[in-house]
Design a protein around this ligand. Structure first.
Ligand code: G6P
Length: 479
């Protein structure tokens, strides 16, 4: 058993919640990367001497733990080879497409798997060093699925939770994975395994029964050594108040007006904001919109589609191909349908700070979120949180986790181009009263389930899994 550290709550995630930047004096420094997860966990981490372990990006390997803004951060470096094999390879070339309905073809390489095992082991060993006796460790996402079991072997005194932010596939797809049993056993090291949706938890329990042979009943797995593992859904959300506050600020309001002005004051602004990822359905969505323009249902003098695509995983082949495909499509659409100063699609390949996102949400009449498969999709919830006056329409894929909550959106099948065209037009033409009715209901739903609630629901459930064992995580101090 490893000697214990001092943190009563340890978060293990592939990424640290900071980015490497160059300081004013030219030296290397850190900047907090904005994200719902860190803002949700920050208060509870502070109350529990929390530590966050993660990769800071890049290939620096000699990084020491540091405190940033009161948070104890423990960087874990990856070598160039590990970035290629663990991060780009097994995490994003194998697991990502496999877990997203095989939207792209997953690649199976034994060297990638070996690297995934080695990196997961390093994270588990480091977590074992920083966690105090009886501490709670919360492992995040698909890049870290072996950590729970590795950590339990090193530190049986810990209470371990795991949360998967992306979908968990049905058995028929998961079965393709040559290392399916090892991954399931890795996850079973946790006391509680959380998913976005109940269907994912059911997929997991069924696979454990079939592939590992453990007894299961409803959401419980019974291990031969007497331990139990619970699998349950905890749909993630956003920091609702901070988005609402941002959206109501005069600066964001002014910027939203400026954006519409810069677009030529069209009567309708459609908006898509996505990581540039093949799961997001950007290509099909832009085609659907362009056909509406081509067929005369929409006019470039009167409507525009703003598509923000945030650069992502740019060294992975499938992402490069996607970027070229979208570049070509947008060029063709604008070339065929645009007029001087009036493109059909205003395309931005860039990432923006939260203030600009909030201004875009305020400026958009119709938000279009049409992934082929998505664990949750927080953009949909952010849009709703920013529509303070209850206006605006949301067109949302049935295959985004968010569709289980945002039922008043125009729900679409992203594979059905005609269906999407129909929904875009309906959302565009909907009377104000209907828009308000739908938006009000969605706003209520988002307001009732924010990300702080998500985190405390998970941690409470985790504490309840083995009440006699370990310390209890202290609730966040209310400010
Ligand atoms: C998804 C995953 C996260 C990941 C994020 C950004 O939301 O669930 O784990 O961090 O995408 O992707 P990246 O590869 O840049 O970390």
């Amino acid at each position: 058993m490893t000697t214990s550290g001092s943190a009563d709550l340890v978060i293990v995630a592939n990424r640290l919640p900071v980015d490497r930047v160059t300081d004013a004096d030219g030296g290397p420094g850190w900047r907090r990367s904005p994200g719902g997860l860190v803002s949700a966990l920050e208060p509870v981490m502070r109350a529990n001497d929390g530590a966050w372990l993660g990769w800071p990006g890049g290939t620096e390997t000699d990084l020491e733990p540091f405190v940033e803004d009161g948070l104890q951060l423990v960087p874990i470096g990856l070598t160039a080879e590990e970035v290629e094999e663990h991060y780009e390879g097994f995490s994003n070339g194998t697991l990502w497409p496999l877990y997203h309905d095989v939207v792209a073809k997953p690649e199976f390489h034994r060297e990638w798997w070996d690297s995934y095992v080695a990196v997961n082991r390093r994270f588990a060993e480091r977590a074992a060093e920083v966690a105090s006796e009886g501490a709670t460790v919360w492992v995040q996402d698909y890049q870290m699925q072996l950590v729970p079991q590795m950590l339990r072997e090193l530190r049986p005194d810990l209470r371990i939770g795991f949360y998967l932010h992306i979908p968990f596939p049905p058995a028929e797809l998961f079965q393709q994975l040559p290392w399916r049993r090892q991954l399931l056993e890795g996850l079973l090291g946790a006391d509680l395994v959380g998913f976005q949706l109940p269907g994912a938890a059911q997929n997991f329990v069924r696979l454990v029964r079939q592939r590992v042979g453990h007894k299961t009943h409803r959401d419980m797995v019974y291990l031969p050594d007497g331990r139990t593992v619970k699998a349950a859904a905890f749909p993630i959300s956003i920091d609702v108040d901070s988005f609402a506050e941002l959206a109501s600020s005069p600066a964001v309001e002014a910027r939203a007006a400026e954006i519409r002005e810069a677009l030529g004051n069209p009567s309708k602004v459609f908006l898509g904001i996505d990581r540039l990822d093949y799961t997001k359905g950007i290509y099909a969505r832009l085609r659907a919109y362009s056909e509406l323009v081509r067929d005369g249902h929409l006019d470039v003098d009167d409507a525009v589609f703003v598509q923000v695509a945030t650069p992502s995983r740019e060294r992975v082949e499938q992402y490069r191909i996607l970027r070229d495909d979208i570049d070509r499509l947008v060029g063709r659409i604008n070339g065929d349908l645009g007029r001087i100063g009036r493109p059909a699609i205003s395309y931005l390949h860039s990432s923006y700070p939260r203030e600009e996102m909030a201004a875009l949400y305020r400026a958009a009449d119709v938000m279009v979120v049409t992934p082929f498969r998505d664990g949750m999709n927080l953009v949909a919830k952010e849009y709703v949180a920013c529509r303070l006056d209850e206006s605006g329409a949301l067109v949302l894929s049935e295959f985004a986790g968010a569709a289980e909550e945002l039922k008043q959106a125009w729900l679409v099948n992203p594979y059905d181009i005609n269906g999407m065209k129909q929904a875009l037009l309906e959302a565009h033409r909907a009377p104000e009263k209907e828009l308000t009715r739908r938006m009000r209901a969605m706003r209520k739903c988002v307001a009732e389930h924010d990300v702080t609630q998500w985190a405390s629901d998970f941690l409470e459930e985790l504490a309840a899994t083995r009440p006699e064992h370990g310390k209890v995580v202290r609730p966040a101090r209310r400010s």
